[in-house]
Each structure stands twice: as C-alpha cells, then as structure tokens.
Design a protein around this ligand. Structure first.
Ligand code: NAD
Ligand code: TYD
Length: 339
C-alpha cells in the first residue's frame, strides 16, 4: 500500500504521517509539500529515518510535476491535506487560497483519474457549513447541512468539496470527504488560537482575544482526527461525506483562561481586540454518521489533550522558536499591532 499525503509538513498532515507509520508499519508514505510558511521540514525529521517514508517538495497546483510524481510512484491512495488554512490570512490575501485549495484539488483529482488511484480523500472542514447561532445549543452540523460559507478560506474549501463531489458524479472518481472541527495538538502553527496563546503566555505577552471571546469552537485532539481519516480511507463509502467532531464545544475565552491556569500565568494578560471580520459564531459537529458506520469515537478528552499539548510546546521550544523568528513576526505585527 502506497499513500500520498499532500501537505504532510503541516500541522495535521504531519500528525497523520506519524499516526500511519505507527499504525501501518508496512505502508509506504510519500509526502508532497510546497513548504510554504506553514510547512516545516524539521517536523518530519523523525519520519525521514523510516525507510517506508519519502518527502517530495512540490506544489499541488503544478500539473506536470504532479502527473510525473503520480506516474512514477503509482499511489494506491491520496489524502489531500495541502491547503492554505488560516482564516485571518484569507481575509488579508484571498487569492492564494483559491489557487491552492481549489485549483490544487482539481489537479490532484485529474491525476487520480489519469493514473487510476483507488481512493482520493479530501480533508475538509466544518467551516464549509458556515456557523450556528450562539443561542441554539440544540443545533449541530450534519452531513446534510447546506454549504454556506463566511470567509475566503471556507469558501475555497467549499469550492474544493463541490469539485470533489462533481468528479465523483461525472467521472466516477473514487472519492471521500471528511469535514472536521478545530484540531489542536503537537506541531500546530503558532498563528492559530491555542498555540498562539500558549507561546504568548510563556513570553508574558498580551493574549489577543477577538471581540468578547464568546465564539464557540468544537475542539478535537489531532490524533483523533487522524484515526478517523484512517478509518474512512479504508472502510468509508465512496462518494460519501463524513463529519468528524469531538462534542467538545468551548468558548474562546474559556480556552484562553484554561491555558493561563495550566501555565500559572495571570488573566491580566488577556486583551480584547477588534473582532475578526465575518467571524463565525459557533461550530458544532454531529458525528453520528462516522460513529454508526465506522465505529469512530474521539479518545482524548480536552482536559487531557490540552495538558499534553502545553507540555509538547514546553518540551519543543526549538521547534516553535525557529518559526516565530521568521516570517511569522512580520505577519504578527501586521495582524495585531494597533488592533
Ligand atoms: P497547515 O497550514 O498547518 O498545513 C498546510 C500544509 O500544506 C503546509 O505544510 C504547507 O506547506 C502545505 N501546502 C500549502 N500550499 C501547498 C501547495 N500549493 N502545494 C503543496 N503543499 C502546500 O494546515 P493544517 O491545519 O494542517 O490543515 C490541513 C488540512 O486540514 C487543510 O486542508 C485544512 O483545511 C484542514 N482542516 C484543518 C483544521 C484545523 O483545525 N487546523 C480543521 C479541519 C480541517
Ligand atoms: P483559529 O485558531 O484561527 O481557528 P478558526 O478561525 O479556523 O476556528 O481561531 C479559533 C477561534 O479563536 C476563532 O473564533 C478566532 C479566535 N481567535 C482569537 O480570539 N484570537 C486570536 O489571536 C486568534 C488567532 C483566534
């Protein structure tokens, strides 16, 4: 079994690589990654030592390059994590989101058909469903919830999902899609809420909470996301969408306060800043379908997962110090100074 993992030098993709090398030691895993600001080769250092692992630098929008790779490697399955993934960046610069997330997906789908790949899996997000109101805790996203996007990021992910479904209907492409809620865990790029708050708190820097911090996200430990994808690419039904979520809804402010408490810092670090444009209020997944069909359940409780995550950032300072000393500083100033 040979699996192509695109975007495998990013947060979830790299966690998936480590999950698969451990769970299926006889599988060959090839990572294709452009190494954008969010991709980090040092993340894959351990994987590089494994003879069943190979890294290839390249862009999923580069059709000749992708075709050559598919021709040479003869993949059995493709799992597409490669994407521009940060909502705030999509508000600053939408174009690259459309290029990578939509056009890149199309190139991978064409390659899947041309070279007879048995399964193409699209890693998508609950953000394609838009948001839910804060005063209706009884509502959840199901696979039938209409697509209704708020940000250029979610619009580009939704565009990709529609393309994947169209390729299935029109060309019989052997596809599956998963739509997951917010992940957290090791190797999470510091621009996202949880790692940003951990790292700022460690530095005694202010903790920028958008609006009043009342927006709700449904947090899932990244390993649980990986186990769900593993099940889907083996036993999921072709043409189907599977929602993945942890039934772990939390207000942003409560996540931030928990991190402060775990690190023994002061809540005085919290600074309420101008809200994100178009800020989605609440995400909440109904994961019944994947539970009923594939027996998936999340294993890590948030209280444990956040402790493990904080410990990982404490133990791996080199990893994130390297990142925050580069392009990240420029982005941080643009996003947060005078906000
Ligand atoms: P990430 O930003 O950490 O990683 C993305 C990776 O893709 C990086 O390694 C980057 O170098 C690579 N990449 C970007 N453009 C590329 C291109 N044109 N060609 C090849 N590689 C390219 O993202 P993540 O948080 O790991 O998310 C992975 C996937 O999961 C994305 O598709 C995202 O939409 C989806 N997702 C993320 C979350 C979350 O909470 N992070 C939740 C649900 C779904
Ligand atoms: P984020 O990690 O960017 O994920 P997403 O927007 O895809 O859900 O943000 C999670 C939540 O945290 C979201 O409601 C925005 C909020 N947030 C802040 O309040 N401050 C910050 O500095 C960041 C990055 C996010």
């Amino acid at each position: 079994m040979k699996i192509l993992v695109t975007g495998g030098a990013g947060f979830i993709g790299s966690n998936f690589v480590y999950f698969m090398l451990k769970k299926h030691p006889d599988y060959d895993i090839v990572v294709l990654d452009k190494l954008t600001y969010a991709g980090n080769l040092s993340t894959l250092e351990e994987a590089m030592k494994n003879p069943h692992f190979k890294f290839v630098k390249g862009d999923i929008t580069d059709r000749p390059f992708v075709y050559k790779l598919f021709e040479e490697e003869k993949f059995d399955k493709v799992v597409n994590f490669a994407a521009e993934s940060h909502v705030d960046r999509s508000i600053l610069e939408p174009e690259v989101f459309l290029m990578t997330n939509v056009m890149g997906t199309q190139v991978l789908l064409d390659a899947t058909l041309k070279f007879g790949v048995a399964r193409y899996h699209q890693v998508s997000t609950d953000e394609v469903y838009g948001d839910l109101p804060l005063d209706r805790p009884d509502l959840f996203f199901s696979e039938d919830t209409p697509i209704h996007t708020s940000s250029p990021y979610s619009a580009s992910k939704a565009g990709a999902d529609l393309l994947v479904q169209a390729y299935n209907r029109t060309f019989n492409a052997p596809v599956t899609i998963s739509r997951c809620s917010n992940n957290y865990g090791p190797y999470h790029f510091p621009e996202k809420l949880i790692p940003l708050m951990i790292i700022n708190a460690l530095h005694g820097k202010s903790l920028p909470v958008y609006g009043e911090g009342l927006n709700i996200r449904d947090w899932l430990y990244v390993e649980d996301h990986c186990s769900a994808i593993d099940l889907i690419i083996h036993d999921g039904r072709i043409g189907e969408v599977y929602n993945i979520g942890g039934h772990n809804e939390m207000r942003n402010i409560d996540v931030v306060k928990l991190i402060i408490k775990e690190l023994g810092k002061s809540e005085d670090l919290i600074t309420y800043v101008t809200d994100r444009k178009g800020h989605d209020l609440r995400y909440a997944i109904n994961p019944e379908k994947i539970h009923n069909e594939l027996g998936w359940l999340p294993e890590t409780k948030f209280a444990d997962g956040i402790k493990k995550t904080i410990q990982w950032y404490l133990d791996n300072e080199d990893w994130w110090q390297n990142i925050i000393s580069g392009e990240y500083t420029e982005y941080y100033d643009k996003m947060y100074t005078n906000r």
